[in-house]
Design a protein around this ligand. Structure first.
Ligand SMILES: C[S@@+](CC[C@H](N)C(=O)[O-])C[C@H]1O[C@@H](n2cnc3c(N)ncnc32)[C@H](O)[C@@H]1O
Length: 218
């Protein structure tokens, strides 16, 4: 069965070099901070990076970027770029890349971007890898897409409210949507979220975190 992670969809993605408008919109919320990566402090993780359109965009914004995919051939031109770390890894087979001994073990990120990829078993690891104040920008195909086109495999379609349910009470939800987007680079039913790991980080008596701009990017 075809799915969001399938080779056909991947090849379509490799032809798309523009970053998603959702990523462009919310990338400015990411602020490089201290983490445990030494001179890569505040790096942004582009998980299932494909051709790296989002990692490349973030590099252009001045971030250090870690790009992970099982096929890193389309990222070869970034070899030698000092702010780009390319990791070849299968995200679905064997131990998690975030588990001890894995290439991302113990690492945290100022931002994590996941677009058009879903492997539910990774979600808790993704959340744990967000640094305090870190920004999660997630966008992929969702329930309802099966009526129109691939992907149709429910394993690769977010359920209604799934990211809200997962992140609610754990991250500050800045923006969320779920619906048919016929103007997207690959049209379909998409679920998108931007959320910040700053619940509990507050200088206010009410303990509420500071609000973030909801339209910071273009
Ligand atoms: C639809 S593409 C999206 C690429 C990129 N995020 C974008 O928006 O342009 C999905 C990506 O997930 C990667 N992928 C699929 N299954 C994977 C796995 N088990 N481990 C690592 N990467 C995988 C594919 O190689 C592909 O690059």
């Amino acid at each position: 069965m075809q799915n969001a992670n399938d080779p056909d969809l991947r090849s379509r993605h490799l032809g798309i070099t523009e970053p998603s408008p959702w990523v462009r919109r919310f990338a400015p919320l990411i602020t490089p901070g201290d983490d445990n990566e030494g001179d890569k402090g505040g790096a942004v993780l582009d998980l299932a990076a494909g051709g790296g359109r989002h990692g490349r965009y973030l590099l252009g914004l001045g971030f250090s970027v870690v790009l992970v995919d099982r096929d890193i051939a389309p990222l070869a031109d970034l070899t030698g770029e000092p702010r780009a770390e390319i990791i070849e890894a299968d995200l679905e087979t064997g131990a998690s890349v975030f588990a001890p001994g894995g290439p991302l073990a113990g690492r945290t990120f100022a931002g994590i971007v996941v677009v058009n990829y879903l492997h539910r078993a990774l979600m808790e690891d993704i959340l744990a890898a967000l640094a305090p104040g870190g920004v999660l920008i997630y966008e992929t195909f969702a329930s309802g897409n099966e009526r129109f086109q691939r992907p149709r495999n429910p394993d690769h379609l977010l359920k209604c409210g799934e990211l809200l349910d997962l992140l609610g009470g754990r991250l500050q939800i800045v923006a969320y949507e779920h619906g048919l987007d016929e103007t997207a680079e690959i049209p379909g039913v998409k679920q998108r979220i931007c959320a910040v790991n700053d619940l509990g980080i507050s200088d206010r008596d009410c303990a509420e975190p500071a609000p973030h701009p909801v339209a910071p990017g273009d």
